[in-house]
Design a protein around this ligand. Structure first.
Ligand SMILES: [Zn+2]
Length: 189
């Protein structure tokens, strides 16, 4: 396959054909690019991926706004893997395993971190510390979950007036969501 240049938001494939991989997003069965780059299919894992266009990787720094995928939700902290700097198409050369402590999730008091985000959620967050460990916060309005899946059937949760709901099985769930959940601004991905 000849490498194909894609833009954020471009349709790449469907969730019936492939799984969404790095640099992509699945919404309503459509896999789209989240960054500018080259579209490649990982045949082994059957995933659609968008490789960053530049080979010069970026080192994370304090104040960066990043897109991260939650890998573990505990009582006192969320563990997430930073995928890329929002609006930036470069890969990251520094450590991408990040922690969000419960007090860094919201302005107000939160009892348990695991009620706010769940594994496999995609979140937008800000880097507040790089060394000795990567730490993020999601206190401001534009931060929080930008994509979450139903914990029962894995379909996308849709934003309704009362909160998030799975249109497939009717399950209602809670997340702390970013202001653009469901109407994603691809410039901010
Ligand atoms: Zn469901």
């Amino acid at each position: 396959m000849k490498p194909k240049l894609v833009m954020p938001g471009d349709q790449l494939s469907t969730s019936e054909e492939l799984l969404p991989g790095d640099g992509t997003f699945e919404e309503n069965g459509i896999i789209r690019a989240t960054r500018l780059g080259t579209y490649v299919i990982d045949e082994k894992h059957r995933t659609a991926e968008v490789k960053p266009i530049t080979s010069i990787p970026v080192v994370l720094k304090k104040g960066d706004i990043v897109i991260a995928r939650v890998t573990n939700a505990k009582e006192k902290m969320i563990i997430a893997e930073v995928k890329h700097v929002a609006g930036n198409n470069r890969s990251i050369s520094s450590d991408t395993d990040a922690t969000i402590y419960v007090k860094e999730i919201a302005q107000g008091f939160i009892k348990e971190a695991s009620t706010e985000y769940k594994p496999e959620d995609y979140i937008r967050a800000k880097v507040i510390q790089v060394k000795p460990s990567l730490q993020l916060e999601t206190k401001e309005r534009g931060f929080g979950a930008i994509k979450a899946l139903c914990s029962k059937c894995r379909h996308s949760l849709v934003k309704k007036s009362h909160g998030l709901e799975c249109e497939y099985c009717g399950n209602k769930e809670y997340r702390r969501i970013a202001d653009d959940y469901g109407t994603l601004d691809f410039q901010r991905l």
